[in-house]
Design a protein around this ligand. Structure first.
Ligand code: SF4
Ligand code: SF4
Length: 137
């Protein structure tokens, strides 16, 4: 889930999204808030009901994006996100997840999954990045 270009500049050599698309693939996607759904519908120029019917999965307790061919329905063939300006908070924040702050095993797992991190980045530096971008900006 690509970070904004400005964030990539700020995080410099410690993290730079490679646009590999790995984090947009899998068997599930992230949850989407009501406000995020409204923003997504407005961005796509469709109604909230249409968005939910065509793009979302209504689960018990959460709403997420559909998976198609092993990836999020908004993942484009060119490797970019179709709804980049309005993608959910969890996508904007990734891979700087708060679990990195307290759990070195979580940090190692996330680092192993994301080629955007510098190979030399330390856990302390990763925690600094998480704190700096806690709001997903
Ligand atoms: S896995 Fe990492 S490098 Fe690849 S698209 Fe996601 S954030 Fe970017
Ligand atoms: S909304 Fe965009 S960034 Fe988030 S999982 Fe889907 S394709 Fe990836």
């Amino acid at each position: 889930m690509r970070k904004e270009k400005e964030v990539e500049k700020e995080t410099g050599p410690l993290f730079e999204c490679k646009c590999c698309g790995h984090c947009c693939h899998g068997v599930a996607t992230v949850s989407v808030t009501d406000e995020e759904q409204r923003n997504m519908a407005a961005f796509l120029g469709i109604s909230l009901n249409q968005l939910r019917k065509d793009y979302l999965v209504i689960g018990t307790g959460s709403i997420s994006m559909k998976i198609v061919d092993g990836h999020c329905i908004f993942y484009r063939a060119d490797g970019l996100c179709h709804i980049h300006p309005v993608k959910p908070f969890h996508c904007k924040r990734w891979p700087l997840h708060p679990s990195i702050l307290a759990d070195e095993a979580a940090w190692k797992a996330i680092k192993a999954d994301c080629p955007g991190f510098s190979p030399d980045i330390t856990w302390e530096q990763a925690k600094m990045l998480v704190r700096k971008h806690a709001n997903g900006s």
